[in-house]
Design a protein around this ligand. Sequence first.
Ligand code: ATP
Length: 322
Amino acid sequence: MKKIGVLTSGGDSSGMNACIRAVARTAKFYKIQTLGFLRGYEGLINDDCIQLTQESVSGIIHRGGTFLKTARSERFKTQEGLLKANETIIKNNLDGLVVIGGDGSFKGAIEFSKISNLKIVGCPGTIDNDLVGTDFTIGYDTAINTVVEAIDKIRDTAESHNRVFVVEVMGRDAGIIALRSAIASGAEAVLVPEIKHDTKDLILKIKNWRDTKSSKIIIVAEGDESGGAYNVAKVIKETLPNLDLRVTILGHIQRGGNPSCMDRVNASLSGFHAVKALMEGRSNEMIGFINKQVCYTPFENAVKHNQTLNPDLELLIEILSA
Ligand code: ATP
């Protein structure tokens, strides 16, 4: 292994820079050159890359986003795009590639391996923490801490005005960010896609809230069957028109920000193991950590899981919010 490439693909997540840095510095340690491709698979198609040296990855470990930029490349989904990307690999004499992204990016890698012999390994970069084959994905810990910090701030204003807030958090398919942030921020109710619910129950709950509760926060995962925070607020208002109710959509602030310590360390470990895996001849596998042990999951299995939520957490929110 003499020369490898690294790219970030799909949605950005905090900790991607730490992972890129670890890839470049681990490669250098083993006397391997690294090229950083810009804007995900677009960089491969356009042969748009920069040499990554010890110095060029300085001062990025603490920064959110990805300094290599990321993109969703439609061209990479075409045969023409894949073939152009392979020309770049051949032209640059690459022996391996590290793809930092989510399951969509790994699907792209599977398609690429059908027309190329390049060895590819993946690092899980997505804030949803919903991939089979790992307990941890780069950006999840930072995102959930950002959510908790934001809700703490909302609670201050909610308490001051005795208001009810409906706060929408990320989670198109999974309610794990909503449920964990609800517990950590002391929210009064949570709506997640995994748990069927009737808005009538929520309204009953609001009616029964103790008068002594000075603030009331309802957290809604964006993918919940209710259709999001605005819809929940509308239904509540229809029954309880006098309620002082506000909606906050946390949106993209959940993606950015300086990565947490956990994200920095795990992303660094992930990048380190990605280079080691390429050196061992591994390919088409995602680096993951289960019970703190590194493990390798074939890309075709590294898909979004449909895990049910931990029932203890569901009961806990009921107990704590009473
Ligand atoms: P996130 O979890 O943040 O959404 P992701 O990696 O799942 O990240 P996607 O947009 O699903 O994000 O995929 C990223 C990129 O991977 C796509 O824009 C495309 O370039 C490539 N890709 C995805 N599926 C395929 C495919 N079937 N064939 C070729 N390339 C693909």
